[in-house]
Design a protein around this ligand. Sequence first.
Ligand code: SF4
Ligand code: SF4
Ligand code: SF4
Length: 214
Amino acid sequence: MAKAAIPRRRVIGSAVGLLTLGALGTQRLRAERSLPRDDRAIRPPGAVAEALFLAACVRCGLCVQACPFDTLKLSTGKGDSPVAAGTPYFHARDVPCEMCESIPCQRACPTGALVSTLADIDDARMGVAWLSSPEGCYSFIGAARCDSCWRACPLQDSAITMQQGRTRLGGRFTPTVNDQVCTGCGLCEKACIAVEPAITVKASRDGQPAPHHA
Ligand code: SF4
Ligand code: SF4
Ligand code: SF4
């Protein structure tokens, strides 16, 4: 039996619908790319460069579900949730990334928004920690011999060292981050004993570089 002909108006309507959806998608991506950057909203390990990430991430939340530490959240796109709605991020001061060896968030991602080539969590580049508020650091101002950030770091003495020497504010030690090694996990930021953390992670939006170990 011959198939019933699809009314021409419906075909045109569908084509217009698809074009509209495509235009809306493009508009959405443009709008998302112009969102103000929140430098402390950190993408999960293995995230590709931001523009690619926004196109690849289907907002499924599987990475969030896979994270055993409730580190990751899906953005609501409002208030304290400054990245594009539906996309995953974390704030280190709330819950940092525990640098799981098996990287379950990345393994759960079905689209490549979190690259599967990240084989070693030590190669993740989610961001970089820095002494953003030296005047708030107990060691830097000489108020106490604190090394909480250094102790918390899983890559102690390679990602972060306590450099000895008189500081400009009268202290004797400066927490010093090696930005070539720091993963941006934020465990140092979480561990900072100051009310407002003196050391914070600046999120990377540049995407995952090639793994160091082939
Ligand atoms: S590496 Fe582990 S702790 Fe970090 S975001 Fe992924 S699942 Fe969560
Ligand atoms: S699993 Fe991948 S596609 Fe799904 S929300 Fe996470 S990053 Fe996006
Ligand atoms: S963010 Fe802090 S704890 Fe994590 S690797 Fe970098 S220096 Fe170490």
